[in-house]
Design a protein around this ligand. Structure first.
Ligand SMILES: CC(C)(COP(=O)(O)OP(=O)(O)OC[C@H]1O[C@@H](n2cnc3c(N)ncnc32)[C@H](O)[C@@H]1OP(=O)(O)O)[C@@H](O)C(=O)NCCC(=O)NCCS
Length: 164
């Protein structure tokens, strides 16, 4: 994708605030979102799954983090009876480790709070300590295991919850 190399340059400290935006995902974002998804997950969601989420799932909310109009990350949730279930969150590899994931999640969690959502949950691979560290920093606590949850390697998932 032609804009990949451009988004790799972004260091959070050097970006003016007005260049940073979190906004609802639209169908036009999907190629970049799928590109990030494919380098982030062993069983990535397809273009069709994102299209279906945006068009057919009334419970779904998807957000993009963009810098200078280029998407560098995204986050999805399902809103179910006062709770938010995070479906996916990822940052373009060249932009990781600079606070963008935390920034995206904090802002989306604030948005959920404004919508009256009282708690938020997710599943994370036992081996994904990077994501677990991020979630713990944001107030998520482990609340159980889903055994053999991931079909690619039968890895267990840790269920985590946070109050908003
Ligand atoms: C998980 C992910 C979204 C984090 O985004 P990020 O922008 O790299 O994270 P941030 O720079 O905002 O870091 C926030 C916190 O996460 C943790 N963290 C980030 N990178 C880490 C690393 N390499 N090792 C350990 N902890 C790390 C730290 O707690 C960090 O806080 P600190 O900087 O005060 O130590 C990103 O690594 C990613 O896209 N991974 C692939 C997809 C994925 O695993 N998604 C989660 C599925 S459940």
């Amino acid at each position: 994708m032609e804009n990949r190399t451009e988004v790799q340059q972004h260091n959070k400290e050097e970006i003016p605030k007005e260049a940073i935006r979190i906004r609802p995902m639209v169908v036009e974002d999907i190629p970049m979102v799928v590109a990030i998804e494919e380098v982030s997950f062993p069983t990535p969601w397809t273009t069709e799954s994102f299209v279906s989420e945006l068009k057919d799932n009334n419970l779904a909310r998807y957000y993009c983090l963009e810098i200078n109009n280029k998407v560098i990350g995204y986050m999805g949730l399902w809103l179910v009876i006062g709770e938010a279930h995070i479906t996916n969150v990822a940052i373009w590899p060249g932009c990781r480790g600079q606070g963008w994931g935390e920034y995206l999640m904090l802002n989306v969690m604030n948005e959920m709070r404004k919508l009256g959502i009282s708690s938020i949950t997710l599943e994370v691979r036992v081996s994904n300590t990077t994501a677990q560290n991020l979630y713990q920093k944001l107030g998520f606590k482990p609340a159980g295991l889903r055994k053999r949850y991931y079909s690619d390697n039968m890895e267990d998932a840790i269920i985590m919850w946070a109050h908003l």
